[in-house]
Design a protein. Structure first.
Length: 299
C-alpha cells in the first residue's frame, strides 16, 4: 500500500493547477487507472462545472478557495482508498445519459454501450410501429433508458429484483423521464408473462463472473453488488435462465442480446443453440474483446 499523504491545509486560495497535479500524483501512487482524468473530474464535481472548464481554469492559473480545496482533498483521499469515482460524484455517464449511481447498484461501464447499441439497432429495425424491448436485470436502468430515449416509438420494459438497485432504477427513470418505459420489481425468470411471444428485443447485462474469479480491481471487488457480478461456477447460471426466458418472451425472429466476458462467447453460443435459438453470433467491443452474443428466436 502507498504511504498516506498528509491532507492539504491552506488558509488562502490555492492554485487549481497545483491541486489537480498533486491529486493526480497521489491517485497514481494509489494505483488508480486514470489518475489525471479522475483528478480533473473530482475537481469539476467540487466546483460544479465540467472537466473542460477545470482544464481551462488550470491553464489560466485560476485559484480556488481553501474550503473548496479541502473538500476536493477529502474526495481525493477517498478515491485513493479506491472508492469508485462514480460513488464520489454520484453520477455515471452512459451513451447520452447521466445516471445516478451509488452503493447497491452496479456502475455501468463504457463497454456496455455497444451492447445497448446492438439492442437499439434491432429495435429500430423491427417491423412494428411500436416494437417491444425487455431489459432483464436492469440495475441502474442504463440499457433500458437508452432504448426508451433513443427509440421513442418503442415500448420498453425493465425488470430488477434487488431492492437496493431498484431504488436507483426508479430515480434514474424519474430524472431522465421516459413515458414509454415500464419498470417492474421482479425476478427476471418470472418477468412480464403478459408479453410472452410479443417482444422484438430481449437484452441483458447479467452477472457473469465465475464465483471463484474474484475481480482484481478494488472498485469492483468491494463496491459492486455481488449479485450483479457472480454467475455461478462457470459464470453462466443466469445466462441459462435468460436463454429460456428469452424464448418465452420473444416473437419469431426476435433477438436476444447478452453481455458477457471475453472468454464466454463460445459457451453462450452453445447454450443458445441447444435451447433452439438460431444464428448465434458473438460481437467484439471497441477494444476488440468479445463482449456480447446475439441470437434469433426461431419461427
Amino acid at each position: 500500500m502507498p504511504e498516506p499523504v498528509p491532507p492539504l491545509a491552506s488558509p488562502v486560495d490555492v492554485p487549481l493547477a497545483d491541486l489537480v497535479r498533486s491529486a493526480g500524483a497521489r491517485l497514481s501512487r494509489a494505483g488508480v487507472t486514470d489518475p489525471a482524468v479522475d483528478a480533473e473530474l473530482l475537481a469539476a464535481h467540487v466546483l460544479g462545472t465540467s472537466r473542460g472548464a477545470v482544464q481551462g481554469a488550470a491553464i489560466r492559473g485560476d485559484s480556488i478557495t481553501a474550503a473548496r480545496a479541502a473538500e476536493f482533498d477529502a474526495l481525493v483521499e477517498r478515491r485513493c482508498a479506491r472508492v469508485p469515482l462514480q460513488h464520489l460524484t454520484g453520477v455515471a455517464p452512459f451513451r447520452h445519459l447521466e445516471l445516478a449511481v451509488g452503493p447497491g447498484v452496479f456502475v455501468p461501464r463504457p463497454e456496455t454501450e455497444m451492447v445497448a447499441q446492438l439492442a437499439i439497432d434491432a429495435l429500430r429495425a423491427a417491423a412494428s410501429a411500436s416494437p417491444i424491448a425487455v431489459d432483464l436485470g436492469t440495475g441502474s436502468g442504463a440499457i433500458a433508458l437508452s432504448l426508451a430515449t433513443e427509440v421513442p416509438h418503442a415500448r420498453v420494459f425493465a425488470a430488477e429484483n434487488s431492492v437496493d438497485a431498484f431504488v436507483w432504477t426508479k430515480e434514474n427513470a424519474a430524472r431522465i423521464g421516459a413515458d414509454n418505459l415500464r419498470l417492474a420489481f421482479i425476478d427476471l425468470e418470472h418477468a412480464f408473462g403478459d408479453l410472452d411471444g410479443t417482444v422484438s428485443v430481449v437484452v441483458s447485462n447479467p452477472p457473469y463472473v465465475p464465483d471463484a474469479a474474484i475481480p482484481r480491481d478494488p472498485e469492483v471487488r468491494h463496491y459492486d453488488p455481488p449479485a450483479a457480478l457472480y454467475g455461478g461456477e462457470d459464470g453462466l447460471d443466469v445466462v441459462r435462465t435468460l436463454s429460456r426466458v428469452g424464448l418465452r418472451l420473444a416473437h419469431p425472429g426476435g433477438l436476444i442480446v447478452i453481455e458477457h466476458g471475453e472468454w464466454q462467447g463460445e459457451a453462450i453460443r452453445a447454450i443458445l443453440a441447444a435451447d433452439g435459438w438460431q444464428a448465434a453470433a458473438t460481437h467484439p467491443d471497441l477494444t476488440t474483446r468479445d463482449r456480447a452474443t446475439t441470437a434469433l428466436r426461431p419461427a
